[in-house]
Design a protein around this ligand. Sequence first.
Ligand SMILES: [Zn+2]
Ligand SMILES: [Zn+2]
Length: 290
Amino acid sequence: MRTRYDLSVTRFICDRPTCHTVIDVPSETLYEGEVWCPRCDSEAWAKYVGTAATQLPDKLQLPKQFHLLPVPRLEPSDDLRSANLLFRPYSQRSFLRQYIEWLKLGRLEHICDFQPSATCFKRYDTERQCYTDEIDYELVDECNGRACQFLRTETVKPIRDDELWCVALKNLCSVGKPESFCDTNDEAQLLRNFLLLTGGDHFPMLIPQASILSGQKRPDFLCFVPITAFQYQPTAILVDRPAKPSTALDNETKEYENLGYTVKRILVERDHGFSYFKAARELKNWLASP
Ligand SMILES: [Zn+2]
Ligand SMILES: [Zn+2]
């Protein structure tokens, strides 16, 4: 996922019914001109995929007066170069930094003492046995002296409550606490497992209960998935229990699609061997697939 935030191309898909070739145009910013489809060998019927990064919401309103920005505001003490490497629009790391600031504002105690840092170095080319001009970097995310679980855990099995030390993760993924936003236990459990599955890299955040359309809609989660450096796929993730009638679901899906969101539904069917861990893993793989 990390490489997508840095991918300097504009991605198009040829829209001819039998073609659908992916066409990447190298570019410094979003390219909006004509594109040639190599498969049709003519000008492609194409529109760039997703939404331009410049069209991402410039702020999201969460419950309890939490205003989420795409990337956090920097403090004068922040190192600009490492901040550029650390914080990507609506990523988990950007969210965590702002969540902790919000907790501090509300004087909510027992927060995780999250310390991100980036080390830059020149890439070594083993084929040519020399350093290249490309800069690579390594991120360190610690909370309370250990790897921050919110950002760094990439578990392959469910994690028990008594194995969690990241206080931010525990508090955010709960229901009914002053530090939490999720409406239901289903949402809290999905978020918890998603965060524990996706660590170790830049990953888009599942943003709980963000208001869109001036408060008319509050999807369970929003997620802005990077396609390239200049394009994102806005996604609404809706968590349902089986009771809802399908026409209501279809109408709701259409409303989000009209706003430019792709809709992903997660059906929680407790009687049918449902597991939050498996559902979160499926969601992670779905978001990461190209
Ligand atoms: Zn084509
Ligand atoms: Zn932490």
